[in-house]
Every structure is written in structure tokens, then in C-alpha cells.
Design a protein around this ligand. Sequence first.
Ligand code: NAI
Length: 712
Amino acid sequence: MTITNETTSNGMAALAFDDATGVATITLKMEGRANKINDDFGATMQGAWAWAKARPNLRGVILASGHKDFCVGADIDRLYRERDAATMMARLRELNGLFRAIETGGVPVVAALTGSALGGGYELALACHRRIALDEARVQVGLPEVSLGVMPGAGGTQRLPRMVGIQTALEHIAQGLMVRAPKAVKNGMVDELAATPEELHAKAVAWIHANKGAKQPWDRNAPIPGPQPGSAEARQIIMAACAMLRKKTSGVFPGPELAISSVQEGLTLQFDRALEVESRYFTRLATSDQAKDMIRTLWYHRTSAEKHEGLPKIEDPRIAKVGILGAGMMGAGLAFVSAQAGYQVVLKDVKDEQLAKARAHCEEQAKAAKHLGADGQKQILDRIRYTIAIDDLDGCDLIIEAVYENLELKHMVTKEAEPKLAKGGVWASNTSAIPIGDLATVSLAAQNFIGLHFFSPVEKMQLVEVITTAQTSDETLARALAYTRAIKKLPIVVGDGYGFYTTRVFSAYILEGAQLVAEGHDPVVIEWAAKKFGMVVPPLQVFDEVTLTLGVKGFKQGRHYGKSLDLPGVALVETMVEAHGRAGKAAGKGFYEYGAEGRTLWPGLAALTTGKPEHTGVEVIGRRLLTLQALEAARCVAEGIVKTPRDAEVGAIFGVGFAPNTGGPLSYIDRRGLVAFVAECDSFAKTCGARYAPPQLLRDMAAQGKTFFEKV
Ligand code: NAI
């Protein structure tokens, strides 16, 4: 047996040929930490492919990776910067040509998935005749492009449905799902599993030997699995997919919509024409403002926040024992996620029944984590101690206070429990609005005092808003951040002030919902307008979920902190709670009535309005709802509460459910144009009230032609 070893001229793929088996192995190892479809990819693959084809007695090719992942897909930097449709189309044609050459080359090609194949990386694997994956939890495949405002563009919308059928393909493409290898074998996205890389290689060689002259199903006119294109059944599947998408996204995201169109149209065409259709749709999306805004926030800003870029770091955060005060909704969740991350947890309350409820909650959470097995679940639960004894907090390295939202109570528990901290331990409050500086007035060590504002439900919501005061030390911040990383949260770091950042934006949103009702706008249109503009949950629905009673408490607190709340919308919510007992969803009545058949808007709302509005409709309502939140975000920037525009975007999207299609509130202002946005605010301020008055920062930016983010 002779093995020839070479590399491509640019050194980005190792080339090996085994005389004994006749199998060439191309091992991609591109510069950087992962294989990406970038400028080097085409040259590397073309060189490697030509080399393989030139081997005498070639029987087949294995495409492998020298990095941890097989291939992570498109080079996002390049995708983000490209605005020119002709250039993008030309690049897609080149890539499709390369993939076609691989699959029509007359020799079997196997993708050896020793790591994840995502987006363009999975499309490359789809252009091979067989996909064999390592049976490891980290190995995933899928086409997640829609989550960044685009869609698969290298054949994914054409090969996948032809390989696994329309239904499975649409489910995965339109939702951007990524699946682990064993599941992918079940639904046909991967053909086979292997326990080790050696077994994978042996299986690939065996398959090559058994499948001389392999051809893709679409190149031998094989019927696709399941309903055939054009059949009544296929039409039904596509219609159902469109309807589900519409219900979920209200037509705000063209990415998945065009991906479905591409599948539907492409399946009726000859394969190369179908690829052309996909390329056109992809190009339309990828060169759009929406894709740029989504990529900037959901890729760049999110990754940067995840990596804690620009924030203090610490090698040894010295946190082993975590105390949680208050075993309510937030405390129970915090106890579970902390124990899951490996911390010893003491959950303290003053009521046994609250502790019992929290214990039941944690047990339920553990049970749901099936992949951990009974032992793993038990280990987590064993780390939590439920107690009413204050001394159990002795030696905690971090205490997170999550008792009722009340300054005096929070002061009291701080005085009582802070001395229990280990020397130099960190004290954090989960308050949703009270300034951390006001809580820290009773602290023995204000430099160790910080805000960690989590979101409900704690297990699901990724965001945590970290609040520092002028006294909080960098070390405290670094230690707190290390804790948020251990529990897998996405942090933004903001300055101190009533409502910090996210609560201000969220309050502006739900309050304007109530205000619009009070002004006499149709509540159905209000809810629809919010969705139509991309808000994840409409304002009246979400107001009901957080409860109107909490709103009323918030108004009191807000007035105490000098907020001007002299608005018909505020009066409306107060009347609903105080005169009509409509406390929200949990009470079964709020803006909505909750019955066995779901929710319907409360007809009594009409009687609480102040008149009929002059300007109404989806457009004006949607704009008002977004504008007011964007203004609040801009004010937070102007006041120094928000320290980087990155955090404004990440916080609003992941904490408030701000329209992801816009890229965030500041991106929304940029896209509207500073001059136009300021003019619109001035006009709203005249007709709807002073809360629309733009801060000087925006006027200055408009005058100087500035934007929050660099234009691409
Ligand atoms: P909750 O009402 O569910 O629970 C509060 C718990 O504190 C109760 O179990 C109560 O018995 C306990 N408690 C009262 N006095 C205590 C004391 N002296 N020592 C120990 N425990 C005591 O409240 P929830 O919703 O969990 O909120 C807690 C904090 O988190 C509040 O400051 C709230 O503003 C904040 N928050 C709440 C969010 C939510 O969605 N519920 C979201 C983000 C923050």
C-alpha cells in the first residue's frame, strides 16, 4: 500500500491517496479556527478536486476536515459587507459549479462529518453522495441561515427536499433548525453514524467500493421521498408551511418565506435552473438592509457580548457557594440554573411553603433534562439546600437577592444576610427597577455590590442585565460576569438608574400599548400592528402576562423616582385593576378574557377610552410602538446608562422581545434615517405628547450626519 501525501498549493487542504483502496482523502484545514466558505475556499477545493481526479485508478473521494467542525458555512464578514447583487450572483454560480463538479464527477464522494456541518458547510456535505457522521453529541447538521435574515444559497433548498422529502426539508429550512447526528440519521439528513474516526473512514471506503459511479438522485431522475412536486399533497404541505410561518412571524421575515418559494419553484425545474432560482432569492435577501441589520446584531453583537468583549475578566472568580434569597419565581429558577452549573446552592426564604414550591419546580426542571440521566439529575438536585435558617448562608461567595420588589425589604435582608458572605463575597440584587445605588446604601462593602437582573423564566431566557454603580469594582463585575458565563447567560452591562435599560424600554412599550387603547385605537389593530412591525409579543398580551397589578406597583415606584406618568394609559390600567379587578392573565382577566377556548380581548375596553383618534391604523400604531422604545434606548445612550450600542441592541432583542427584523432599537433609528426619525418624533410629540420629544443626542447626530452603526 502506498499513500501519497500532498497539500493544495495554498496549503489549506491535505491530500492523501491510498493506492491499495483507490481512495483519495481531501482534508480541509483552512486558515483560522474553522473551515469556512470564504475567498480561499473555492481555490482550495478546486485545486484539491483537480488533484484527486488526476489520480490514476481513482475509485472515490472522502471529504474530511482537519478542524473540529466539518465546515461552519459562509464567511459572515464577506456576506455582511457584500451589497452588490451581480458580484453575489457570480460567486454563487461559481460555488454551485464547484458543487456540481463534485457530484457529477463520476466517482463516489463521501462527506466525513467528524464535526458539525452547518449552513454552507452542510450544503457542501449535501453535494457529496453520502454523509457519515461521528456519533458524538457535539456533531450537528442543519441550515440555520434564516436566523440571520437570509436563506440557504448553495443548493440547500434544492438538494435537501430532493433527498429527505418536502415536509422534512421545509421544517428544517424555514425554522433554521440544527439537529444532532443521531436525529439527523433518523430523518435522512445524515446517512450513517460511526463510533470513531477510524470506523468512519472504513465505512466511507466500503461505501465507495460498493457504489462505483454513484450519482445523486436528482441526476438519475429518481422520485423524491414522500409526495411528489406538483401533487395535491405536496401543495398542501407547502400551504401549511406558509400558514404556520405566517402565524409565527406575521410576514416580517422574508428569509423563510423566500426559502419556501425557492423549494416550491425549484422542485418543478431541472436541477441547474433550480439552483439559479435559489441564487436569485438568496441574493435578494443577502443584499437587503434587513439581513445586514440582523447579522450585525444577532451575529456580531451577540458573539461579542457572549465573549464579554471590552469587559473585565478574571482568571479565578472564586465562586463555589451561591446563596439565593427568596424562593419565588425568580429565586427557584436561579437556584436550579446555579446547581446545574455545578455550584453549591443555598435557597433561603421565610416561608416553608415557598421552599416546597421551589423544590417542586427544581425537581420538574431536572426531570425535563432527560439527557442527564437519573444520576445527573440527582446530582444537580443534591446541590440545592432549601432553608429558612439565615446561618446556612455562611461562607457564600455570591448572594443573589430575589425577594419582593420593595426597597425597605431589600434593605432589611441585605443588612441581615450580607455579613454571612465569605470575605470579599459578591452581593447581587435581581431587582427589576430599583437603582442599585439605592439598595447599596446599607451595604458594608458597596464595591462588592452589583445588579444581576435576570428574566423570567430564568431557565429559558438567555439575557442577564448586569448593573454597576460608581462604586462597583471591576473585580466584582468580572466575578459576576464569570458566574453569568457559568450559568450560560448572555450579559449586557449597563449603568445604574431607575429601570436601568431593559425595564425602561419594556415599560415604554407596554405603557404605549395601554395608552393607544385609552386614545381609542382598536385593540385588535394595536396587537396586530406590533406583530406586523416585528415585536415578538404584542403589548396588551405581554402586559397581561407580567400582570397589570405589577404595572400599578411600577407606576407608584416610577412616580417616586420622578417619572412623569400623567397619561390616560396609566389611568386606564389603574382603573382596570382597581375598579374592575382585572389583574392580568394569572387572574384570568386583564386586557384579555381567558376562557377554555383561549383569549379574546375584553369588550369592556371600549368604555374606558377617552375618544376617537384622528390618525390610526397599522402603520401609525406600529411606528409609535417602535419609535417610543427606540427613543428610550437613545435616551439611555445619551444618559450613559447604555455604555455600548451593542448592548442596547442585544438587551432589547433578547430581553424585551424588540423586533429582531430591525436589528434592535438603534438600528431601527439608523435605518429610518436620523433626520427622518427626529422629524417624526417631533411630529408625534405635537400630536401624542411630550414623551416623544427626541433627546439632544439624536438632534446632534442628525445635524452631523452620524449614525449609531457603520453603514454597509
Ligand atoms: P416572588 O413574589 O415570586 O417571590 C419573592 C419571594 O421572596 C417569596 O417567596 C417570598 O416568600 C420571599 N421573601 C420575602 N421576604 C423574604 C425574606 N425576608 N427573606 C427571604 N425571602 C423572602 O417574586 P419574583 O417574581 O421571584 O421576584 C423577585 C425579585 O426579582 C423582585 O425584585 C422582582 O422585581 C425581580 N424580578 C422579577 C421578574 C419576574 O418576571 N417575576 C423578572 C426580573 C426580576
